[in-house]
Design a protein around this ligand. Structure first.
Ligand SMILES: Nc1ncnc2c1ncn2[C@@H]1O[C@H](COP(=O)(O)OP(=O)(O)OP(=O)(O)O)[C@@H](O)[C@H]1O
Length: 624
């Protein structure tokens, strides 16, 4: 595909022509015209590049200026005008997002700039080969079906690669035949199981069945298998009829729900970094796409917005995954009897609260703290009494020895970090940045997502005040009052009035809660001071409780936006599909994953299938 990736796009520039992708679909890049340094989405103008593909021969993209409130219908109108397209035809705008080019058809009233603001920073920048995020112009038929055009670019690449293999220009794939369902292996043991998975993985087939279970091997790269063609292809097919795919699992659950009028559940399990969250997203996408037949519903829009919010508060960098979910979640999509989505519901399990006060070497606290500290404006920094990240105890948990071990590595990467952090990154031992991260952008993306889920500016302020208070709580240090008794005092009392202001509680009450315990014995109320060793734990517990309550409340508010009110009243009338995304799986915790699969295959999986339970397993650590 020849795309002019390096073209700097300016408002008012004319359409860019030249060779487009073989499939006629290309990429969209947007630029934001920022007058005052920091991007202000409210009044900024953006240049959207809309790729018309085969609808306008010889045009690669058409630049259109738009604001946050400009609707898709307005953007289409401008493209039609510019490219002088046939007005008798119907057009829609499709958003293409990472991983396989899933296409989300925008409703006429959807705002493309708002959708774009949820994309990662990398996607917003002009970069070579960045075909993952874009807007396409598609033609719609009178019956509402979308013309998706020719084969996607990647299909051509795959085909070319196949031909090269045939001509002996690339190494041959393994000679053996690999089965799509491990149950079909004549001799099922650990070796044959792994060989089969490995062979399929090398052929870029990451999905394999074990009866009704789907095994996914994380490819850690873009695979072109999630676009609308695949949504259509897997629509209403018996599980196992086509090549294994996550869409087949979603589809089987959806149709089983409609035919049997029974709720369904899909369990996703695997180790950290195996791709559970990604798979959950594919499932939700397919489950909503099936019901909406291509159109993004309001619910889907809120689910989209809820993702970055829950991610900011519940995800953190770990040694295994830079964006690891530190909580289990259950997402339930509710349907009408006709199969149309009518709402959704998120339940969270076991948020890892200990991370708030302590992180292991090479790990970080929850993303939201870093976003806030990097992205807050000067005014917000003052209002929330924000310090530099290295001045917070809760963000500096690296042990001294670990820090010294890492010193040399930091010296190499320090330069890069400083570029990102500007004046925040002055210490040698910082561990605040993840490679490729733009925390300022992430903070703005978070604010926009919060807005989409319904958090008003005042609520957002309260949330950020609470986050600042939690960080400052961690800075409170204790000392013994006198040598004679056990009573304690706070070494840095100047922090207290700030925390009390941020939490909107009386300073005396806060001091009491941090230094004394109230007990009742035989009708008498006693106030006992904490011992020095206890006080730190009490302070940490307070911080953890506050953060836990905040997270619960955010999930609650998200559900408020997601749930269709009547679902609460008619909970026995609605049909639903639940997706449980949870770390580990008890059945194989004591055995190896391979042994678990073998046992499972040897039991009759059909039994599980008949019970309408579809399970999805993930492995990454197959050491290919
Ligand atoms: N199907 C896929 N195609 C391409 N890349 C994928 C796929 N699944 C996962 N990945 C990549 O693997 C990374 C880790 O995946 P993900 O965050 O979903 O793991 P996880 O199992 O949810 O981890 P954790 O339990 O730590 O939250 C993703 O950021 C993504 O880059």
């Amino acid at each position: 595909m020849e795309c002019q990736w390096n073209v700097v796009n300016r408002p008012g520039e004319s359409c860019v022509g030249g060779a487009s992708g073989a499939d006629g679909s290309c990429c969209t890049i947007m630029s934001c015209h920022d007058a005052g340094g920091r991007r202000r989405y409210e009044d900024s103008e953006f240049t959207l590049r809309v790729y018309p593909g085969a609808l306008s021969e010889g045009t690669i993209y058409c630049p259109v200026t738009a604001r946050k409130v400009t609707s898709a219908a307005e953007v289409i109108e401008r493209v039609i005008e510019r490219l002088q397209l046939d007005r008798a035809r119907l057009y829609v705008l499709a958003e293409v997002k990472e991983f396989g080019g899933e296409e989300w058809i925008l409703n006429p009233c959807d705002c493309p700039v708002q959708r774009m603001m949820l994309w990662p920073r990398m996607a917003l920048e002009n970069r070579l080969g960045g075909e993952d995020y874009r807007f396409l112009l598609r033609e719609k038929d009178l019956d509402g079906s979308i013309r998706y055009g020719n084969l996607q670019m990647w299909l051509r690449v795959t085909e070319e690669r196949r031909r090269m293999v045939e001509r002996g220009l690339l190494p041959q794939p393994p000679a053996g035949q690999y089965v799509a369902d491990l149950c079909a292996l004549p001799d099922l043991n650990e070796r044959t199981l792994l060989e089969n998975l490995r062979g399929r993985f090398r052929q870029e087939k990451i999905y394999t069945y074990v009866g009704g279970i789907l095994i996914v091997v994380n490819p850690f790269k873009f695979l072109p298998i999630y676009n609308p063609k695949y949504v259509k292809m897997y629509d209403n097919h018996r599980l196992g009829k086509l090549e294994p795919h996550i869409y087949a699992v979603a589809d089987a659950a959806y149709h089983a729900m409609l035919q049997r009028k029974r709720n369904q559940c899909i369990v996703i399990s695997g180790e950290s970094g195996s791709g559970k969250t990604q798979s959950t997203n594919f499932l939700i996408h397919h489950l909503t796409a099936l019901s909406q037949k291509g159109f993004a519903s309001g619910v889907e829009q809120i689910i989209l917005g809820a993702g970055p919010v829950l991610e900011a508060f519940g995800n953190a960098k770990t040694a295994h995954n830079n964006n690891s979910s530190r909580f289990g979640k259950f997402i339930q999509v509710n349907y009408q009897e006709s199969g149309t989505v009518r709402g959704a519901y998120v339940e969270k399990y076991l948020l890892e609260k200990s991370r708030l006060v302590y992180q292991e070497h090479n790990e970080r606290n929850y993303h939201v703290f870093y976003y806030l500290l990097a992205g807050a404006s000067e005014e917000e920094r003052k209002a929330f009494h924000l310090l530099k990240p290295e001045e917070y105890h809760y963000l500096n948990q690296m042990s001294i020895s670990a820090a010294l071990n890492r010193l040399s590595a930091f010296q190499i990467t320090k330069k890069v970090h400083r570029q990102h952090w500007g004046n925040y990154c002055e210490t040698e031992l910082d561990c605040f940045m993840v490679e490729g991260e733009d925390l300022k952008h992430d903070f703005e993306r978070l604010q926009l997502a919060m807005e989409m889920v319904g958090f008003l500016p005042t609520t957002r302020k309260q949330i950020f005040s609470l986050l600042s208070a939690i960080l400052l709580l961690g800075n409170i240090r204790y000392k013994k009052k006198t040598y004679r008794d056990d009573s304690i005092d706070i070494c840095n009392p100047e922090v207290l009035p700030i925390v009390s202001e941020l939490l909107e509680v009386k300073e005396e009450m806060l001091f009491e809660a941090l230094t004394t315990r109230k007990t009742v014995t035989v009708g008498e109320r006693l106030i006992v001071p904490y011992k020095l060793a206890e006080a730190g734990t009490v302070r940490d517990s307070m911080a953890k409780s506050l953060y836990g309550a905040l997270f619960d409340w955010i999930v609650f508010r998200t559900n408020h936006a997601l749930l269709y009110n009547k679902d609460l009243e008619d909970s026995d009338k609605i049909l639903s599909i639940g997706v449980l995304d949870i770390f580990g799986f008890e059945d194989y915790e004591n055995n190896s994953f391979e042994q678990f699969c073998i046992n499972f295959a040897n039991e009759t999986l059909q039994h599980y299938f008949n019970q309408h339970v579809f399970k999805l397993e993930q492995v990454t650590d197959l050491r290919f």
